[in-house]
Design a protein around this ligand. Structure first.
Ligand code: PHB
Length: 383
């Protein structure tokens, strides 16, 4: 009897404590305008879907959002992140898409000790020289899909390749990963073409590609820019003569707009359509029901950012100041993602399969695994 009363009292205290736990403030810093706008929305949708599945609470704490549109504009990044850290006093930062903006977020997170989960931006430095106990990524490093495609291109017999991308961290590092694997396998990158982000005047560069006549082209573009690039590549008459290989962003969340011009394209990414796992099936059905469209890789990254937050918070009973325990729980976890189970490496970047995908109608159909359990090298990271 005595122990039943004690148990009842403990349960009552626990309920009261969780009802009284202050709300957890999550600062969402994402692009809601510009070439990456759709990516920001998909990330937020995924994040909110996981939260809804938890009844709106993580570790007993209700979640309250502050939102900033970062416009994928590095020049405004410091001001924008300070709105969330200093003005809104958020407990956790979640963002962003653009690597240049993410670098400013990582610096601010480091300086202020604020927890940061990056649901897209692949800037290698963030899980390299800038790595920190309180900074995590739920997505990829820019190096990962590039490296995977470098091996694929070599296996498919390409010897001389031209690369084309936006001139900033994401493009440079994606090409860097490709080049590392491709040249290790005996290939040669004969020309690296680029234009400033987010420009889309591709024509002069496409003319150059036609003149060089490489065996293949490797590219990083994403969002609205990727839509235009794929259409321009086809319109220039290159699609049927020079194979176009890309980091998967080239065709992710873009197929509706690219139509037949994307048909057959080969890309590498950590997610795709037709994965045969139970988690993905449930996720896709729930996402389609909530948002009226199929999810893409960005939605998965948002969903998994929320899952990682929950893993850390559950381990620390909702206390974000217990940074070391928070990090230990995430690094020890097997994360049950729609992409397949993955882990987080010592540098806090996902260790994950890179799928080879081919565009078939409106799908990025997974046709194989290009690189199994691929980890970013984490060069320069000292935790
Ligand atoms: C990046 O800036 O790191 C970036 C942006 C969009 C993507 C992928 C990477 O789709």
């Amino acid at each position: 009897m005595k122990s039943r009363i004690a148990a009842l009292a403990a349960a009552l205290i626990a309920t009261a404590a969780s009802a009284q736990a202050p709300k957890l403030k999550v600062g969402l810093m994402l692009p809601y305008s510009g070439t990456y706008a759709a990516l920001g929305t998909a990330i937020e949708n995924g994040f909110r879907l996981y939260l809804a599945e938890q009844g709106g609470r993580i570790a007993g704490r209700e979640i309250e959002f502050s939102k900033v549109d970062d416009e994928s504009e590095p020049a405004k990044a410091v001001d924008n992140v300070n709105k969330l850290i200093k003005r809104d006093n958020v407990d956790v930062l979640v963002g962003t898409v653009h690597s240049g903006v993410a670098m400013a977020m990582a610096k601010a997170a480091k300086d202020n000790g604020t927890l940061l989960i990056i649901p897209n931006a692949g800037a290698v430095a963030v899980t390299g020289p800038m790595c920190a106990e309180n900074i995590f990524r739920s997505s990829f490093s820019n190096w990962q899909p590039g490296y995977a495609m470098g091996e694929v291109a070599a296996k498919r017999g390409a010897r001389k390749v031209v690369t084309i991308t936006w001139k900033y961290a994401a493009g440079d590092e994606s090409v860097g990963g490709f080049k590392e694997a491709f040249e290790k396998s005996g290939g040669q990158v004969v020309k690296e073409l680029s234009l400033p982000f987010p420009n889309v005047e591709f024509q002069p560069l496409l003319t150059e590609i036609a003149a060089i006549k490489p065996d293949a082209v490797y590219t990083f573009f994403a969002g609205g820019g990727a839509v235009k690039f794929v259409k321009d590549y086809a319109a220039a008459g290159l699609k049927n003569t020079i194979p176009l290989y890309g980091a998967g962003f080239l065709t992710d969340g873009t197929l509706e707009a690219q139509g037949a011009d994307a048909d057959g394209l080969l890309t590498t990414l950590h997610y795709g359509d037709g994965l045969d796992n139970a988690k993905d099936k449930t996720f896709r059905a729930a996402y389609a029901k909530a948002y009226g469209m199929p999810p893409d890789a960005y939605a998965v990254q948002g969903y998994d950012a929320a899952q990682m937050l929950a893993i850390g918070l559950n381990a620390t009973k909702g206390d974000v100041s217990r940074k070391s325990d928070f990090a230990k729980a995430i690094v020890a976890a097997k994360i049950d993602s729609p992409r397949g189970v993955f882990t987080i490496g010592a540098n806090h970047n996902p260790v994950q399969d890179m799928y080879l995908r081919q565009v078939l109608g409106k799908d990025n159909k997974v046709i194989g695994v290009a690189s199994k359990s691929l980890a970013d090298p984490g060069r320069g990271c000292k935790m």
